[in-house]
Write a protein of this length. Structure first.
Length: 367
């Protein structure tokens, strides 16, 4: 029996709003210089981020007030629509190429990134499928293989763009869901080994990925090319010290650090707000993880539990990967920092996912 609906978890709600507010401030600070140089408007990215944030908050309030069981019915159509969009991206003339990657679909002046939609749609479908197959989850052939088949389709299409970072984040989220649903550890370890071999193959088959791997191991070997991003990122974080150089006073954003308002916004935050600012962000993500996973543990049914775990993991995996990249703890993958990085599709669908998590929390006593 489903509990009576109450208020959403305000700790999740206000934590996300704090991250979003800090993100808007940092997007403006990090992008003002490049926006002024490239568009003659220092507020160019700020204006767009405010629009995306507004749309994202509307999406969050909408999904927060829709019974989460509704998504069981729509998980398959949403997944099919996502696959169609991912295929459309790869068609010459339809997908927009930026920096050698074909990741965007244009509809007039509006561009969407289907791979960002795929993150949420895979969580919705996986929660629906794994909840249904929970009684036989230890049966590899009947329960695990179909889930992996769907994952491989999504993974392959996103890898083709190419976008290894997003593909890995989706795969990581699905593996966590298989674990929490009760899949056998020997199956997961075997799949992990196969997946690792696949990642190595993907790196070896693409010269630019191999260069990134070498740059990660020793960025100073090629400081003006493959190691440039990592070195400038470390300069930014290192120069921030304990208290930072001051909000708006970053030096790296003066066209030294590439993508300072997207993939490397955490570096600018560390430079301007110092160790204190970065620790604050980590604490906010920890609060989100704590309440999200607690919602998963106390959800009124298995579907709500898996869905909560998936939504929480989806965001945490991206955050961990982004922070690992900018601190030179893993090779550059090009994945945004949830709630903070500039971006339309990512922000809207992430906030929509938070809304679903908040709806589940309305049926849970989190006190």
């Amino acid at each position: 029996m489903i509990a009576k609906r109450g208020s959403p978890d305000y700790i999740i709600f206000y934590t996300v709003l704090c991250l979003l507010g800090l993100g808007i401030i940092m997007v403006y600070s990090a992008s003002a210089v490049s926006a002024n140089v490239n568009f003659d408007d220092s507020c160019y990215f700020l204006k767009r981020q405010l629009i995306w944030a507004g749309l994202g908050i509307l999406a969050m309030f909408f999904t927060m007030n829709v019974d989460y069981h509704v998504w069981q019915k729509f998980s398959k159509p949403i997944l099919i629509a996502t696959i169609i969009l991912l295929i459309m991206v790869l068609i010459p003339g339809m997908g927009k190429v930026v920096n050698g990657a074909r990741r965007w679909l244009g509809f007039g002046s509006i561009y969407i990134q289907p791979s960002e939609i795929a993150k949420l749609s895979m969580v919705l479908f996986s929660a629906y499928y794994l909840a249904k197959m929970r009684p036989m989850i230890t049966n590899f052939k009947k329960a695990v293989v179909p889930q992996l088949a769907v994952l491989m389709v999504i993974f392959g299409l996103i890898l083709k763009e190419p976008d290894l970072g997003t593909a890995l984040s989706i795969a990581g989220t699905v593996f966590v869901l298989l674990f929490v649903t009760g899949a056998k550890l020997k199956h997961l370890f075997s799949l992990g080994a196969v997946g690792l071999i696949g990642i190595v193959a993907a790196v070896l088959l693409e010269p630019y990925r191999l260069k990134r791997l070498f740059a990660f191991s020793n960025p100073w070997a090629d400081p003006l090319d493959t190691g440039y991003h990592i070195i400038q990122s470390l300069y930014a974080i290192g120069s921030g010290g304990l208290f930072g150089v001051g909000l708006g006073r970053s030096r790296e954003k003066f066209l030294y650090l590439p993508e300072p308002h997207t993939d490397f916004i955490f570096s600018i935050l560390g430079e301007e707000l110092g160790l204190i600012g970065t620790v604050l962000v980590l604490i906010l993500f920890f609060l989100f993880a704590w309440r999200g996973l607690k919602t998963a543990m106390l959800a009124p049914d298995i579907y709500g539990s898996i869905l909560s775990a998936g939504l929480t993991t989806m965001i945490l995996v991206q955050a961990l990967m982004n922070i690992a990249v900018v601190t030179a703890s893993m090779p550059v993958t090009g994945i945004p920092l949830p709630f903070l990085s500039f971006g339309g599709s990512a922000l809207i669908f992430t906030l929509a996912g938070v809304g679903i998590l908040l709806n589940i929390s309305r049926y849970v006593n989190l006190k």
